[in-house]
Each structure stands twice: as structure tokens, then as C-alpha cells.
Design a protein around this ligand. Structure first.
Ligand code: AMP
Length: 590
């Protein structure tokens, strides 16, 4: 029920007083976006005036935007690498931030094959928490009654390490789930999860997933929304159910937890939740044993009102599969965030995935935008509708004019705060889950495998392209190879080609290898050898569609269906990686 009309908000009638406050905050920030940004930059610059980094550029105490933009360069991660390494090695002097760096957040973006290390300070947790606290008040405007049930969310922590200087290095969500903000969150009827903290915080991904799914099944009629951070994560959960439903049914039938779940805190917490329920066990068997899994989400969780996952950017490739499993439920993309900084939220979360826009919240960091193809950065409130920009942030933790690597298009404004469509991440060729592989990484991997091929049978890779195959869960990388076989009698053997698959995987960055080894979110890499002349046909096809002969370059990744079909129709053999590549949580030093 909507509350008192004098609490109403331009965004719509709030569901409760707490929501009214959150919506007022959104209004206040977006109405005064420019002033908020100006003050925020002044605050960061005043606070960090004596850091080694800012002193280097002789700001001489200036905190205004013009001086800042004239004297401080726009940078990328590589420019900051020496400072970051010193902090990681234990230098506690104020290098980037006056406040002590509390930990490093390990980005899924990599540098020299390893996750980028993003410095953060303790108070940034409050800022992230603040953005989270705005999500449900907005959702409640569109979906009533979310306080009458629960959310089935698949949330995971990942392994973490310590830097040589002793700072934790872990993904931002791992940091958040392990924080008091999350673990000791006050009860909020609009934000109750079926997953117990014990399951979310279990470092073993199998036991964590198993318990979260089991709890979701036990409480199936309370579930009003189903989600994960990214679409790929939710699909992995569905696949998990496909593989293990008979074990769940058994546990529920007899009220006893599978013996593979050995985590003590999970076993203890589940002993209070899991009771024999033969009728539910039978229901699960009936629903899951059929070949047809269409609408499985709404069949098992019939009260689900929407799916809460990010399906923008690289995740858009999963929309058709999610539609199939959810029977076309709305998909809500609620927020846009990164390890560097949380950026903003979707004020219209029920919009179609293709129409999703994120409103950048001006209180999160200082934002600048470099027009695509241009050099001069513009202010948050000065971006133009329809234009594309690269996002640059200056954070409280000490990143100054830092290129995030995301390309955004302006779709409109909420008050004076712009709203953005996420266009793409720069330089990403292949992505299945949080892995991101760029062209040079792929090229290196092909070169390494091609060398192995040459050593074993004298052949080389003449041409290649790639494809992110998400028709199975988990998805996997496919490499189409056309071979140059010098000596016809020495065709590469199947064994050699499978070794080439593994060699490529060994060459890819640590996020890819972690996805393969620890998260099981990417399947074995596949090489599909195509017959000679296929890449010439590919060129003919491109030219027939208007490409210039002189400028034609083999695309290093394909996703246009007719091209993938053409390549697939020329495949002479297919080979999968026979083993897992190496991966350990420890970082390789440069
Ligand atoms: P990470 O560095 O691992 O924290 O990943 C952050 C990156 O994920 C962002 O810079 C974006 O490229 C991508 N990302 C985060 N949120 C979204 C979203 N809502 N839609 C599309 N891409 C996103």
C-alpha cells in the first residue's frame, strides 16, 4: 500500500517511509547533479592534496574543475601500475589516497594476464551500500507486494589472497558479502533472501550452490524474484538443478543433507531448515525428470514476478535462453557498477533489456566523459543525447581521471543526471562469464598453440576466428582454424589438436582460467578445423555484403548467425581441451 501522499515522489508513490527517503535522495542528487559533482571533486582534491600522486602535478591546493582538468592527465591502469605495486608491496605512505588503502578489489579486467588491482578505502563500502539501498525503493514502485515473500538469489564469494604487503585482494562482491554491512544487515521485509549467509559465504562453489538451490526449492512458494548478479550465473544455477535434481529430491524426501556438503556452518544451519517433505520431493522429480525444461523457473517457483540479473552488455547473449527458462518473465537490470566504483542504477527496472538505461548517481565519484573519437572530456551534466562516450572516474580511493574502459551512449536525463545505455567494453573480443579476452590475448594463445602444432607435425594455423558458444551451459570458446599442412602425409592427429586446445587455455588470462578451474563457469575450449578455402569464402561473403576488398580483415571473432553457419558447415573435425588449465589464486608478479 502506498504511504501518505505528502511522501510522494516524482518517481512514483513510495511503498513505505524508508523508500520515500531513498527516492527523495535520488531526486535531490539528480536535480543538483552539477553542484554535487563540483563539491565532490573539491572534497576529494582537498582531502588528497598531500598525496604523492596529486603533488606530482602541482595543483597547489586548487580544488576546482578547470585546474584539475588542465593539470591532471587522463590515465589507464598501466600508468598507475608502479604506484599500485608499491601499495601492494606494503608502502603505507599516502601515495594515491590520504585515507589508508584497506584492500584491493580484483577486477575481471586484466593487465598482463592478471586481474587489475583496484585500491579501495573503508568508507567506499558505505558508498556501495548506499547505492544498494536505493534499488528496492525503485523496484517497489513497479512491482508491488515484494514484502510478502523472498528473493532466490545465487550469490557467491570467490577465493581471495593477500598482497605481499598484507592487504586482502578479492573481488568487490566477495568484499561486500564478507562485510558487516551484508552479514549483519538489519531485517528488511522487502529484501529477504532464501539463501542463508552460511551458504553465500561458503568458499566451496559446489557446496554453496547446492545449499542455495536446496533452500530455494524448500521455500519455493515464497519466492517472488529469482536472480544472480549476471545472467550467466543464473543459467549456471539452472544447469546445476538439471544435473542434481534427484539429489535434491532425495534430501527433501528424507530430510537429510547430502553427504558431499561437509561445511560445518552450512550443516548446522540446514539442520534447522531441512525437514522431510515427500510431497515436495515428488513434485521436484515430476517437474525435473522431463526432457522439456521450458518455463522451469515459473513451474518450480510459480510466484516469481521477475528475474533479477544483468542482461546488458556482454550478457545480452543469454536473453533468449533466459526467456526460454522463465517463460518470458520481465528481466530487471538494476544497477551498473565496477571494482573501481559503483556508478548508478536503473530507474525503470521493468524496461526491456534492449532499452535499459542506467542513471549515474552524481554522489558516487567524479565522472567525466570522453566523446568517442575525441579527446576532450566533458562533465556529467554536459553529455549529449545520442552520443557515445568513454567513462572516466575520479574516486575517493585515489583513482584520478581513470579510464574505466566502458563505452556508454546517452539515452536521456533524469532531472539533470544523464542516463546511459551500456554499449560495450573496449577491446573485448570474447566473454562467457566474467572472463574477458581481447584480440592480442587471443592472438598470443593461437600463436602458442600453432607453435606446438608445428613442432608435432609441421603444420601451422593459416587463418583463425573465434566464437563464444553459449548454446550449452556453461558456454565455451570455439576457435575455427584453417590449417596450412605442408606435408600431406602428416595431418595433425586428434591428440595434437586437443593439446593445442589446452595450450590455448594455458595462454589465456587468469580470469579465464579461474572461470574454468574454480567457478566452472566456462567449458573446455574447442578447436573446429575447417576445410581449406573456408576463410576465402568468408571474405567473399563479406565482400558480397559490401566490405571493401582492399580493407578486408579476417574478423577475429564472429557472432553473425549466417557466418557462424557458414563456418560450421565447413568443419572437418572438432577437438576439445582434455584437461583444466593451471590456475591458483596467487598472482604472478610482473
Ligand atoms: P569488474 O571490473 O570485474 O568489477 O567489472 C566491471 C565491469 O562489468 C564494468 O566496467 C562493465 O564493463 C561491466 N558491467 C557492470 N555492470 C554492468 C551492467 N549493468 N551492464 C553491462 N555491463 C556491466
Amino acid at each position: 500500500m502506498a504511504v501518505d501522499s505528502n511522501l510522494s515522489s516524482p518517481l512514483g508513490p513510495p511503498a513505505c517511509e524508508k523508500d520515500a527517503k531513498a527516492l527523495r535522495f535520488i531526486e535531490e542528487m539528480t536535480r543538483n547533479a552539477d553542484t554535487v559533482q563540483e563539491n565532490l571533486l573539491a572534497e576529494i582534491l582537498a582531502r588528497n592534496a598531500n598525496t604523492e600522486y596529486l603533488r606530482r602535478f602541482n595543483l597547489d591546493g586548487a580544488t576546482d574543475r578547470d585546474t584539475f582538468k588542465t593539470k591532471i592527465p587522463v590515465i589507464s591502469y598501466e600508468d598507475l601500475q608502479p604506484e599500485i605495486q608499491r601499495i601492494a608491496d606494503g608502502d603505507r605512505s599516502p601515495i594515491l589516497s590520504a585515507h589508508p588503502i584497506s584492500e584491493f578489489l580484483t577486477s575481471s579486467g586484466t593487465s598482463a594476464g592478471e586481474r587489475k588491482l583496484m585500491p579501495t578505502i573503508r568508507e567506499e563500502l558505505d558508498r556501495r551500500q548506499l547505492l544498494y539501498s536505493l534499488l528496492m525503493p525503485v523496484m517497489n514502485l513497479y512491482v508491488p507486494g515484494l514484502d510478502k515473500g523472498k528473493g532466490l538469489y545465487f550469490l557467491f564469494v570467490k577465493s581471495e589472497t593477500k598482497t605481499p604487503g598484507g592487504l586482502p585482494a578479492r573481488p568487490v562482491l566477495t568484499s561486500y558479502y564478507k562485510s558487516e554491512h551484508f552479514r549483519s544487515r538489519p531485517y528488511d521485509p522487502y529484501n529477504v533472501y532464501t539463501s542463508p549467509n552460511e551458504a553465500i559465504l561458503c568458499p566451496d562453489s559446489f557446496q554453496s550452490m547446492y545449499t542455495q538451490m536446496l533452500c530455494g526449492l524448500l521455500d519455493r512458494l515464497s519466492v517472488l524474484r529469482v536472480g544472480a548478479v549476471f545472467a550467466s550465473g543464473l543459467l549456471r544455477a539452472i544447469r546445476f538443478l538439471q544435473l542434481h535434481w534427484s539429489r535434491f529430491a532425495h534430501d527433501i524426501d528424507f530430510g537429510c543433507l547430502d553427504s558431499e556438503i561437509t561445511d560445518r556452518s552450512i550443516r548446522q544451519c540446514m539442520s534447522g531448515i531441512l525437514k522431510p517433505d515427500p510431497a515436495l520431493a515428488e513434485f521436484i522429480r515430476q517437474e525435473c525428470k522431463s526432457e522439456n525444461w521450458e518455463r522451469i523457473i515459473t513451474r518450480i517457483w510459480p510466484n516469481t514476478k521477475y528475474i533479477d540479473v544483468i542482461v546488458t552488455g556482454a550478457m545480452a547473449q543469454y536473453i533468449p535462453t533466459l526467456e526460454y527458462y522463465s517463460g518470458g518473465l520481465p528481466m530487471a537490470c538494476t544497477m551498473y557498477a565496477s571494482s573501481e566504483c559503483y556508478f548508478g542504477l536503473n530507474l525503470n527496472p521493468m524496461s526491456k533489456p534492449s532499452e535499459v538505461s542506467y542513471t549515474i548517481m552524481p554522489n558516487m565519484a567524479y565522472f567525466e566523459f570522453i566523446p568517442l573519437g575525441g579527446t576532450k572530456a566533458v562533465e556529467l551534466v554536459d553529455v549529449k543525447i545520442g552520443k557515445e562516450y568513454e567513462l572516466v572516474v575520479t574516486t575517493y580511493a585515489g583513482l584520478c581521471r581513470y579510464r574505466v574502459g566502458d563505452i556508454l551512449r546517452v539515452t536521456g536525463f533524469h532531472n539533470s543526471a544523464p542516463q546511459f545505455h551500456f554499449v560495450r567494453r573496449k577491446n573485448v573480443l570474447l566473454s562467457i562469464d566474467s572472463d574477458k579476452t581481447d584480440e592480442s590475448e587471443l592472438q598470443k594463445a593461437v600463436e602458442n598453440a600453432s607453435r606446438l602444432l608445428h613442432e608435432e607435425c609441421g603444420s601451422r594455423v593459416a587463418e583463425y576466428t573465434s566464437y563464444a558458444d553459449t548454446s550449452t551451459i556453461p558456454g565455451h570458446y570455439v576457435l575455427y582454424w584453417e590449417l596450412l599442412v605442408r606435408d600431406g602425409s602428416r595431418q595433425p592427429s586428434h591428440e595434437t589438436l586437443t593439446r593445442c586446445c589446452l595450450e590455448m587455455e594455458e595462454s589465456l588470462n587468469s580470469v579465464y582460467r579461474q572461470s574454468r578451474v574454480a567457478d566452472n563457469s566456462v567449458g573446455p575450449l574447442e578447436i573446429r578445423v575447417v576445410r581449406n578455402g573456408t576463410f576465402e569464402e568468408l571474405m567473399d561473403y563479406a565482400i558480397s555484403r559490401g566490405a571493401s576488398i582492399n580493407q578486408y580483415k579476417v574478423p577475429r571473432c564472429v557472432n553473425f548467425t549466417p557466418i557462424v553457419e557458414l563456418l560450421d558447415s565447413r568443419v572437418v573435425s572438432a577437438h576439445f581441451s582434455p584437461a583444466l588449465p593451471h590456475w591458483t589464486p596467487e598472482r604472478r608478479r610482473r
